[in-house]
Design a protein around this ligand. Structure first.
Ligand code: SAH
Ligand code: SF4
Ligand code: F3S
Length: 491
């Protein structure tokens, strides 16, 4: 097949964490340079990519079902190229070809730069044969060989591919060396490697030049960042200081933090740097020491309490969010109640709560039986969610009557859905739409306003709330002619 015979339409489906969102952005940006345009129709597309996640079984099921549905689409359109990238590609490798023989290539998380070549080679081959670009397994060589086989893929960006034009992710490290017993990430993402600070600072400047105002630094354990450049050791606090004064950048956040690496210098940096958001995502995972030890998290509940105390003492009004796993091997009812207690004690802004999902090749799979039945996992999950939701709603209600500063992201999800329903807007309908953004403590805020406010910072008075959202109205946006008088916004 020649290059002219295909339509250069790319369909990409992304599941998993923010790392995957960033990876998809970068792969799409590279393919755009080869002339591809995005489509939301897999039928229309001549190239279909799945960016996959292996963290829980459910995430893998979703992808295998989607691949199953494509079997017939492909049968009717033999020229379509189908690729699987990301964590499942690195973990399952040939298994993907066995379960879905119509997949043309797999590209692991450390091999994303190969994707344009893999597509091209598949398309130009006389006869279809599966192609594979994956990195070494964690026992397949020396540490440096394995690390070398996982390439950080951070080419310069395409502004059109960001979540919004003024928000961007910046990877500061790849991989993970913590080896929590339940987790596949050290296998799928390889050894922990921090990127040089000069490269990161350069990327932040380029993004700022393209109009980005908010940067989210990404790493599996982002506060374990360490890199020595020109004889100077940079930790996350040093990196934050280095990028802080980049012109145009207004907000910086970083995810996800590892409790044991939450050092005082980092907390002080968050307190002292005005652009750092007052928000830390630092998962506890469980409230019982025996479970934490089976998880090999490397800290106790008391260590975590001490960390929370340091956070509260150092950064006033800092919001903290967590992840929890319920139903991990050997979790008794008493142990579960300890996770509930931890929720009550720490009053997280929000928590992501997951039912334990046994993963092939992890230590937990080898060492402990997955002995909590699914209905118990579901019940414990719901109990945690209900409690967290009550706490979030109570804490959000403290904001009612006060004001928050919001970076406006654009129309809220419900406004976007409504716009899709109103194919023809009613004549005379006011311009104001429900907009959404985040406060400096990372709370979602919705309010009415003109969509052109997207990308600006607004002050919003809070009237109401739910467990997940503050609801308010815009007070001010502009400062008139140097005076400090604040103007009301008229749509
Ligand atoms: N690097 C991040 C999280 C990566 S995975 C960190 O260490 O915090 C995101 C979340 O998925 C984890 O925090 C954990 O709560 C959950 N998770 C990981 N493996 C899991 C498994 N096997 N079953 C259920 N949840 C899991
Ligand atoms: Fe997984 Fe633990 Fe690494 Fe997080 S720190 S990615 S949970 S192994
Ligand atoms: Fe999933 Fe890989 Fe992220 S397993 S959570 S996409 S690092």
């Amino acid at each position: 097949m020649t290059d002219q015979d295909h339509n250069h339409q790319l369909y990409i489906e992304t599941v998993g964490c923010q790392m995957n969102m960033l990876d998809s952005e970068l792969v799409v940006a590279a393919l755009r340079r080869d002339g591809y345009v995005l489509t939301d129709s897999p039928k229309q597309a001549d190239t279909i990519l799945f960016n996959t996640c292996s963290v829980r079984e459910h995430a893998e099921h979703k992808i295998y079902s989607a691949l199953g549905r494509l079997k017939y689409v492909r049968r009717n359109n033999p020229q379509k190229v189908i690729g699987v990238m990301g964590c499942m590609a690195q973990k399952d490798q040939d298994l993907i070809f066995r379960r879905a023989p119509h997949v043309d290539f797999v590209a692991g998380t450390g091999q994303l730069a190969e994707i344009p070549r893999l597509i091209q080679e598949t398309r130009s081959a006389e006869k279809r044969a599966p192609h594979k670009a994956v990195s070494l397994g964690r026992r397949d060589g020396s540490v440096s060989e394995i690390a070398g086989s996982f390439q950080s893929y951070d080419p310069l960006r395409d502004p059109e591919m960001r979540p919004t034009p003024f928000q961007a992710f910046v990877r500061i490290m790849i991989g993970c060396d913590k080896f929590c017993t339940y987790c596949v990430v050290p296998t799928t993402r390889g050894p922990e490697q921090s990127r040089p600070p000069s490269q990161i600072a350069n990327e932040v400047s380029v993004l700022a030049g393209q109009g980005v105002k908010e940067i989210t630094l990404l790493g599996q354990t982002v506060n374990s960042y360490r890199h020595t450049e020109n004889g100077q050791l940079y930790q996350l606090s040093d990196l934050l200081e280095r990028i802080h004064d980049t012109d145009g950048i207004e907000r910086i956040r970083f995810v996800t933090n590892y409790p044991k690496d939450m050092t005082d210098d980092l907390l002080q940096a968050v307190r002292d740097l005005p652009k750092a958001l007052r928000y830390l995502h630092v998962p506890l995972q469980h409230g019982c020491n025996e479970v934490l030890s089976r998880m090999k998290r490397g800290y106790t509940v008391e260590d975590y309490d001490d960390m929370m105390h340091r956070i509260r003492a150092t950064i006033p009004n800092c919001s903290v969010s967590s992840d929890f796993i319920v139903g991990f091997c050997g979790e008794t009812e008493q142990a579960h109640q300890k996770s509930m207690k931890a929720l009550r004690d720490h009053r997280f802004k929000n928590s992501f709560i997951f039912k334990y999902s046994e993963r092939d090749g992890t230590k937990a799979e080898r060492l402990f039986p997955d002995d909590v039945d699914d209905s118990t996992k579901r019940r414990r999950n719901n109990e945690m969610l209900d409690l967290q939701n009550r706490i979030s709603e109570e804490d959000n209600s403290e904001f009612i009557g006060g004001k928050v500063r919001v970076l406006v992201e654009g129309p809220s999800k419900s406004a976007t859905k409504q716009a899709a329903r109103d194919a023809e807007p009613m004549p005379g309908k006011p311009l104001a739409t429900q907009l959404a953004g985040r406060s400096e403590c990372d709370r979602i805020v919705v309010f009415d306003g003109n969509p052109r406010l997207a990308g600006s910072t607004a002050e919003v008075e809070v009237h109401d709330c739910t467990g997940t959202t503050l609801i308010g109205s815009i007070v001010t946006r502009e400062v008139q002619h140097g005076s400090t008088e604040l103007l009301p916004i008229l749509s």
